[in-house]
Each structure stands twice: as C-alpha cells, then as structure tokens.
Design a protein around this ligand. Structure first.
Ligand SMILES: CC(C)(COP(=O)(O)OP(=O)(O)OC[C@H]1O[C@@H](n2cnc3c(N)ncnc32)[C@H](O)[C@@H]1O)[C@@H](O)C(=O)NCCC(=O)NCCS
Ligand SMILES: Nc1ncnc2c1ncn2[C@@H]1O[C@H](COP(=O)(O)OP(=O)(O)OP(=O)(O)O)[C@@H](O)[C@H]1O
Length: 204
C-alpha cells in the first residue's frame, strides 16, 4: 500500500493537515500518539524512561511528567539521544503494528505517517513520498507559543531540536504551505490529494 511520510516543523500544522487528509479517505498513523502510547502508565517504555531519568519522570498519578522530560531533553543533545534510544524501537514496533492493521482493513488507498522526525531519523527512505507541511519561521514561533503557552526560549529550544525547515523543504516531494489561512491550506491539500490519486491510478 502506498505510504507517505508527512512531516513539518513543530507546530507547522501537521495535525491540521492530517485532519483534512483523513476527511479525504487517507489512513493515518500518528507517531506522536504512538510515542505517547509507549510511555502510558505501567508500560515497559515508561519504566525504562524512569530508570534512566530518575524519580522526577513520574507524576503523582503514575503518568510521565512530560513537561519535566521536555525541559531535560530539549536543548540537551545527549539527553535527547538517550530518550530516543529508549523510545524509538518501541515507536517503530507501534508503527509496524498499525500499518499491518490498516493494510488488513484495505479501506484506504494510501497511508500517511504523521512523523515529526521523518528526515531526522531518515525514515523518508522507507516511504514512497515525503510531504512537508511548511510554515514560515515567524508564524511557526507565534503559533507554538500561543498553543503551548511557552516562553520564546522554550519554543525556540523545541524548534532548534529539529532540522531547519528549509532543509526539510529540499528533501520533500510535495510541500503544503500552511502559513496562510486554513482555507488556503485546505485548497492545497485537496489539489495534492487528487494529483496523488492520479499518480497511484497510473501506477507511477
Ligand atoms: C520530550 C517529550 C516527553 C515532550 O512531550 P510533550 O508532550 O511536551 O511534547 P509532544 O510529545 O506532544 O511533542 C510535541 C512536538 O515536539 C517535537 N518532538 C517530540 N520529540 C522530539 C524529538 N525527539 N526531537 C525533536 N523534536 C521532538 C515534535 O514536533 C512533536 O510533534 C516528548 O516529545 C517525547 O517523548 N519525545 C521523544 C519521542 C519522540 O521522538 N517523538 C516524536 C517522533 S515520533
Ligand atoms: N493555517 C493556520 N492558521 C492559523 N492557525 C493555524 C493554522 N494551522 C495550524 N494552526 C494552529 O497552529 C497550531 C499548530 O498546529 P498543529 O497542532 O496542527 O501543528 P503540528 O505540526 O501538528 O504540531 P506538533 O508538531 O506540536 O504536533 C495549532 O494551535 C493550530 O490550531
């Protein structure tokens, strides 16, 4: 089944575009959601993170203190690599399981993997196409700060934890520019979806 890696910078609008693609009939794999699932309370993933990052990893209710871990890893290359070393294999297993389920259902002509780190972990070599949700850096910063109530420094630490958006632009086959209005983005998504259906039907 045709697989597309959908990526972008943090707060570029991946979830927003994914909602539009789901409406059009795409199968979706949300890697952020899988990353949350693998550290659910009582999971092997959360135990491994707590063993590595100490007692502050856990909130009183047994869930992972995401804000604490975020403060530790964003802006610290070694700590981020340590967390990724624990979670990536578990996330990969979750992706494979989900692809199997979607392919068995045979309801979707194409699967979009919503993967923030598609290019960072070179996963683009495993998919048929890479689509980028682009947003200009100024708009990205203001949307991230508004959505997560981060300070400018907190937002920048997260933006700089990924490849520069222009590097991602050079690696993508399709670019959806989400800088403008949601209506403008929706028009681009519809156009690219219909172009994709033509490519799949012609067997390109
Ligand atoms: C560090 C954590 C705990 C912070 O949790 P928090 O709830 O604040 O953020 P959330 O998980 O919603 O991620 C928000 C955005 O941060 C960015 N981000 C997440 N992980 C990473 C990473 N390892 N490197 C760079 N950016 C990342 C992505 O753009 C993501 O969409 C969390 O991001 C995490 O567990 N990251 C490691 C797993 C991972 O790499 N997931 C992303 C790819 S699947
Ligand atoms: N075209 C747009 N115009 C105005 N606001 C937008 C637009 N697209 C997205 N947003 C807003 O910007 C924020 C980020 O969008 P979204 O959550 O879809 O990004 P994301 O790439 O999925 O984020 P993350 O990397 O954190 O998962 C949200 O608050 C969303 O409502």
């Amino acid at each position: 089944m045709f697989q597309i890696g959908l990526t972008g910078g943090i707060a570029s609008g991946k979830s927003t575009v994914v909602a539009m693609l789901r409406q059009l009939g795409a199968g979706i794999i949300d890697c952020d959601q899988i990353a949350h699932d693998v550290v659910r309370p009582g999971s092997e993933g959360l135990k491994a993170v707590a063993d590595a990052f100490g007692p502050h990893t856990l909130c009183a209710d047994g869930t992972m203190d995401r804000a604490y871990i975020g403060r530790v890893v964003f802006g610290n290359r070694e700590k981020k690599a340590q967390l990724e070393g624990i979670l990536f294999p578990l996330i990969q297993r979750g992706i494979n399981d989900t692809i199997e389920i979607i392919e068995k259902n045979k309801k979707n002509p194409v699967i979009f993997l919503d993967m923030p780190l598609l290019f960072e972990i070179k996963y683009n070599t495993y998919v048929d196409e890479a689509w980028l949700v682009y947003v200009d850096p100024t708009t990205q910063l203001s949307r991230l700060m508004a959505r997560n109530h981060y300070t400018r420094d907190e937002a920048m630490a997260r933006i700089h934890a990924q490849l520069p958006i222009d590097t991602k632009r050079s690696l993508a086959q399709v670019i959806i520019d989400n800088t403008g209005s949601l209506e403008d983005t929706e028009e681009q998504v519809r156009y690219e979806w219909h172009e994709l259906m033509k490519r799949i039907q012609s067997g390109e």
